[in-house]
Design a protein around this ligand. Structure first.
Ligand code: GSH
Length: 336
């Protein structure tokens, strides 16, 4: 299930923040190396694609107490893995490290932990694990990733595969009543919907926010809202994206929707309308928010502080907006 068309891109020479891009627009880009020739955002590839497998055939067996999931509460890609881990009851099997939502010039930091060090991995910066795995790595150090606690090396930062493997490779450690988020009979449909949602919505908001030309921004904006209209329509007659069962596709859409009004509407200029102005999608998002495993993993304060305070090219003052009022998320959804 390849999620990102850029996954075959080379990593070489990719800088963390505002590096030398090939585009004439790159000077204005948030991540210069990820700017295309027409001012469009071209997301870097996932550097580490190791697999943890049920039968251990990859050399990395699914084994409780061995792997550490590193996330930022701000990050929609990392947020997926934490929701899926919780839905499946993998909290005791896979430990969790949380980075500070504010990166400095060295990237993600463990400054929320005592002495600024992850207590299990013993590192201060996530970059240390990346460089222990690939000393030549020059790209952006990203979450989520899974680190092998034995070697301190990164197994994977391939976020779409991480959640699918939680569902399929860690079955022996799921809680007894765990949902099947990637059932065999729905896989083709889940893959198809998730692919559309990835390009137009999950990554679509970033393509709006990180565009450095009017043309690239408007193209991304049009695709985003056309897809949200399509989703509004699709969800009118069914509770979840693939029918009456909660699946991986819903988790992936949720982490973008929950950030929409708080950051994407203003910070990324996705402002045709707010999520709260799309009645079906808004009710769908609230339904998920109120499902155990979702709402309690959402931290609006960290989400807002990360986006507004670390994207200096987009928000040079670093001022974080006070609103919007999140209390509406608790209102009954009328679904289900
Ligand atoms: N691994 C993916 C997606 C994950 C991702 O973008 N995570 C963001 C947070 S939402 C991150 O870690 N960014 C680090 C940075 O911007 O320096 C990528 O390389 O694009």
């Amino acid at each position: 299930m390849p999620e990102d068309a850029s996954s075959t891109q080379s990593q070489s020479g990719t800088s963390r923040d505002g590096g030398q891009g090939t585009s004439s627009q790159a000077g204005a880009a948030q991540f210069g190396r990820e700017a295309g020739a027409r001012g469009e955002f071209v997301r870097q590839a996932n550097r580490f694609t190791g697999r943890i497998t049920a039968d251990g055939s990859s050399g990395l067996p699914a084994e409780p107490g061995r792997y550490r999931l590193v996330w930022s509460k701000a990050c929609p890609w990392a947020h997926r893995s934490v929701i899926v881990r919780r839905l499946l009851g993998l909290e005791d099997a896979i430990s969790l490290a949380t980075v500070d939502p504010i990166r400095d010039e060295r990237g993600w930091r463990f400054t929320l932990d005592p002495d600024g060090r992850d207590p299990v991995l013993g590192i201060e910066f996530l970059a240390e694990a990346y460089h222990a795995t690939d000393p030549g790595f020059q790209g952006r150090v990203t979450v989520p990733c899974l680190v092998d606690e034995r070697s301190g090396q990164v197994v994977t930062n391939d976020y779409p595969q991480i959640t699918l493997d939680f569902s399929t490779q860690w079955k022996a450690f799921h809680r007894p009543d765990a949902p099947d988020l990637y059932p065999q009979d729905l896989r083709a449909e889940i893959d198809e919907v998730a692919d559309l949602v990835f390009h137009d919505v999950n990554n679509g908001v970033y393509k709006c926010g990180f565009a450095t030309s009017q043309e690239a921004y408007e193209a991304a904006y049009d695709r985003l809202f056309a897809r949200l209209d399509w989703l509004e329509d699709r969800l009118r007659g069914q509770r979840y994206l693939c029918g009456d069962r909660l699946t991986e596709a819903d988790v992936r859409l949720f982490t973008t929707l929950v950030r929409f009004d708080a950051v994407y509407h203003g910070h990324f200029k996705c402002n045709r309308n707010k999520l709260t102005e799309m009645p079906v999608l808004w009710a769908y998002a609230r339904d998920l928010f109120q499902t155990p495993g979702f709402g309690e993993t959402v931290d609006f304060d960290q989400i807002k502080r990360h986006y507004y305070a670390t994207h200096h090219k987009i928000n040079p003052t670093g001022v974080v907006p006070k609103g919007p009022d999140p209390s509406g998320w608790a209102e009954p959804s009328g679904r289900g």
